[in-house]
Design a protein around this ligand. Sequence first.
Ligand code: GMT
Length: 378
Amino acid sequence: MNIGVLLHSGAGGSGVVATELGIALARHGHQVHFVADRLPFRLVDTDCPGVYFHEVETLSYPLFSAPLTTLSEASKLVEVIEETGIDLVHAHYAVPHATAALLGRDMARHQPKPALVTTLHGTDVTLVGLQPAYLRTTQFSVEGSDVVTAVSSYLAGATREQLGIAREIRVIPNPVDTQRFRPREDPEMRRRYAADDEKLLMHVSNFRPVKRVQNVLRVFAQVAGRMPARLLMIGDGPDRPVALQLARDLSVADRVTFLGSFPRVEKLLALADLFLLPSSRESFGLAALEAMSSGVPVVGSASGGLPEVVEDGRSGCLRAEEDVAGMAECALRILADPVVHRSFREAARARAVDEFAEELIVPQYLAAYEQALAARRR
Ligand code: GMT
């Protein structure tokens, strides 16, 4: 199949899923054309056969207060459809990618017109798409797609309810490459971040308000008050300065390393003893899944789609969003006893392998693609 993928190129989870899925599809023998404003964050191994990248130009003009990227994305898509005969466009994120896909498909002279699958990732519906400024466009783009998928049942329900949409939404959870994200021992690398007798806690995100990075530090401060521990913060974003300041206020700054943003986190994740994700609402929580696949239990909030990924009391522990003390207590319980810790580690890895391995999820997307192509033929 010849597949066009519209995605966000930055470090957000939707772009990561789009890239990893696209690469997996290329490995299955499909031609995958990524269309984005920059080389996607995780598209580092471009030597994979069947992977193409088409850069969307951004044009500034004095009359426009900002570049009209949805239009340039649609124009680039037309070019790619006409040049390569795309069978199917997969838009990751309703606005603006599904919108640009609908426009590009309508404009293309190529026949037959490609089918459109839109995957909803969360903030596109629950945050951005609901704003009055975008609401009607979001509804139109979701309704106009041939097949719509959501990364969790929570998100599918929220979409139907909040967007007032009745159409079928297929739930396809996010995949993880369980070979790349696997438990590994690297004591030498680990010593860069923690001594052998210290526990290493980790957080990976784009430091947006929804991630509650302040609560990452609060949970860590409580843990570090009871056992020798260090925290590795990976990623970057608007709340990084707040987090830095809070680390100083909580007197843990000397135990926390802010590493910045990295496309290949698998080697780092495998060094962790525990992963923290106390977000106010994750539609899925891909970072948690990548940690679990690396054999790292997750402590986080029991909201949104995270309970569909982490099993409370087995592969991690989930508490109410503001229950910092509860999360810290849970973390201490997991970390204090090596036997308990090992069983959580094993359960986390098993859950990732049994439920979310790429080999299990890619066929679900291929089935969604077949459904979209059949709908298009009709
Ligand atoms: O996590 C983010 O803020 C980025 C965001 C995105 O849209 O790129 O991630 C969303 O999509 C990920 C991949 O499906 C999910 O794992 C994240 O849970 C989801 N983020 C939120 O719902 C806040």
